[in-house]
Ligand binder design. Structure first.
Ligand SMILES: [Zn+2]
Length: 398
């Protein structure tokens, strides 16, 4: 089978050479236009959907209508976490060293986009009838790295009763030589806790004060203790700030953080326990008992993607295809989010279909080689494309 690898690597290089940091909408849009160009010869037409946040680029939707009522969605994102200044500072650019293809987004997730192209090109060549039968819907999030709140709706609006699956092309995991697909991902809520006390002179009126920093210290201590590894629930206190001067009993303090859980149950329990920390605090003014007040707000939420029968059925299909090809395939549950979190309850969803690489979100290299930036393995593309191809043929045959 000819998978046109040189063309694929050239495509990947050109994608990596376009800076598409989430906060660089011009670059994200340029990558979107180039991606549409890459898929046009396969018969895809493009739609550019503005983000709900005007500071971000446009989502990309490519469609190729098929003859049957079945459709398959493939999902990736355009953005990366690397600002142009950081790429310059760390001289983090496309470079090939042996089997390693270094560069911003090689692993997360431009390698995944090229994987989509490889699979569809091979499918058109190997099984033109199957390729033409299915409607292919390819969707790229412009702002996945910033937890875009609207992309899930963009996808769901384009799914219908004939949509067989949403296939997410984030990179695969590995255990030895076993390919690990993603079967579940934690949900994530971000929060802000604010303590309001009563300011006073730290010399003359110390006992009149209700110290908001002390209150918040107690509150975040309790909050951190809500972590329960046994049920996969974690709380992280990310930032804390409060007070304005050393001679004042501080009247306000604020902490921010997040919590994560795999199951909707554990997530809901964690959220309820977090919100229950709000109310009158236990730090009071010694003079008259004036209490601090604690406020807790949820800032953003991305729902958990728990283990579910739709995803498990897709994993079975990929495992069967792997056995036929002599490629061991397993699955894992990941703590990090992807677009799969907002899709799994609309259509069966599988993630981890991209190639294998390492060090995503890292742009630095140390002189002794103990730290290298993000890369993807060139040799990982063809075997994974063959696996995806065999599994997709099986998926659309039924
Ligand atoms: Zn990603």
């Amino acid at each position: 089978m000819d998978l046109k690898s040189p063309a694929a690597f050239d495509m990947l290089r050109r994608m990596v050479e376009i800076n598409s940091f989430t906060g660089n909408p011009e670059g994200v849009n340029r990558l979107g236009a180039f991606t549409a160009e890459c898929f046009a010869p396969l018969g895809f037409s493009a739609e550019f959907v503005p983000s709900s946040n005007p500071a971000w680029g446009r989502h990309l939707v490519l469609t190729r209508p098929g003859r049957s009522g079945s459709s398959v969605a493939m999902i990736a994102h355009l953005d990366t976490v690397f600002p142009p200044e950081e790429e310059l500072r760390n001289h983090f650019v496309w470079s090939v060293e042996g089997d390693r293809l270094f560069g911003p987004g090689t692993h997360d997730i431009k390698g995944g986009t090229v994987m989509m192209w490889l699979v569809l090109s091979a499918l058109r060549e190997e099984s033109p009838a199957a390729f033409e039968a299915v409607t292919w819907k390819l969707l790229w999030n412009s702002s996945e790295e910033e937890y875009s709140p609207d992309f899930g709706d963009v996808c769901r609006a384009r799914f219908d009763a004939g949509t067989l699956a949403a296939l997410v092309f984030e990179a695969e995991g590995r255990a030895g030589n076993e390919t690990l697909l993603v079967a579940a991902r934690k949900g994530r809520g971000t929060w802000r806790a604010t303590a309001s006390g009563r300011g006073s002179h730290a010399g003359g009126g110390h006992d009149r004060g209700a110290n908001a920093v002390v209150q918040l210290g107690r509150t975040v201590q309790r909050l951190a203790e809500l972590t329960d590894y046994a049920s996969g629930l974690t709380f992280n206190v990310g930032t804390i700030a409060g007070g304005t001067g050393l001679n004042r009993v501080p009247h306000t303090a604020e902490a921010r953080g997040e919590f994560r859980a795999f199951t909707p149950d554990a997530y809901a329990r964690g959220k309820a326990a977090l919100l229950a920390l709000a109310g009158p605090g236990d730090v009071r003014s010694p003079a008259d008992g004036f209490p601090c007040q604690v406020q807790v707000e949820i800032l953003t939420e991305s729902r958990p993607w728990p283990r579910n029968p739709g995803t498990d059925r897709l994993i079975d299909i990929w495992q069967r295809a792997g056995r036929e090809l002599g490629q061991p395939v397993g699955s894992e549950e990941r703590g990090g989010l992807s677009d799969g979190n907002s899709l799994w309850d609309a259509v069966p969803t599988l993630d981890g279909l991209g190639p294998w690489g390492e060090n995503d979100h890292c742009s630095e290299r140390s002189a002794d080689g103990s730290k290298v930036p993000e890369f993807v393995l060139a040799s990982a593309f063809v075997p994974k494309a063959l696996l995806n191809l065999a599994a997709i043929l099986e998926l659309i045959a039924h």
